[in-house]
Design a protein. Sequence first.
Length: 334
Amino acid sequence: MNPRKTKSKPNGDQIGDLIRFVEDDLSSNQPRTPATTFDRELTQKLHDMVPDADLVHLQQCAIRRNAALRHAREKKKHLSHQHFVEVRALLRSVPAQPATRLTILSFLYSAEAYFHFKFSEKGVAERFLWRSLKIDRTLQDRYGIDPIDIHRLQTASNFCRMWKGGGEFKRALPVLLDAARYAAGNEAAWPFPECATRRRIGRSSEIWRAMTHQLLGELFVGLAEAQDGVEAGEIARFVDQACQSSDAILPDFIRLPLEAKRAFFEDDPGAFLSRARVALDPGYAENPLVYFLLLRDVGVAVRPDSPGQADQIMTLVRQGSGRFQRVPAVLSRH
């Protein structure tokens, strides 16, 4: 759909409301996202490799790193910096196995990247994210710490959040799509070839599916944020190319919502509603963000004077209500 011809311009506040709604719903009604499982798997892998004293050291550094992140979020730059200094002091003073030290450094660089991004030092933030990715490659290839692959994907997500924050959607969205494909099992889709790993691991566990859906949700948030901006035409072409590319075979749970989004950009309400109905039918309890963002597009695309289209919308709303217990208030007027 031509975003400049929509019935009502998508609103950034609405997108934020939807994200907060989904986060609240997930925290109250569903298991937590990959973070808890990732921490457990990484700790277990290190427990099998390094002395217990190293795990204590890892925890001490994590406590200070998390404090630094908390102060950075609160824009308390000096306090945040002090905690980062403490982590580095611990790294210098406490002996540890190389795998332990590299793990601490990788997470430290990721946290320091956030610190610099938060205080408008984007170039420095990118350098720290690259350092983290390179260390993670070593942890996986040299030490066989496969759970760190989740951290690599989170770093890819952090790059994209930073780029999206600066309006660089053309840069962020392809990386998010490739990261989701990689998490879904396509090794060749890793979005940063210069930091690719040699090891090949299985990605069938629940943590990988959850990570895939996290990245897919971020992709659709980015599409919603960009579809009325100055790059809207190029974003529409990106979606079209993603659907047509012969070398990027997509799982159905990625392909179907992208095809619905393509019909939205093509300004074909009938085709969009038809594809949205297909995309939102199977297995979407796992991805409420994609569901609700597409449902929001349905509200934009519908013709108020078309009873048939209105009936389809109500069907999708009832479907969402049954699946997620409730529908966000921001969608209720549709």
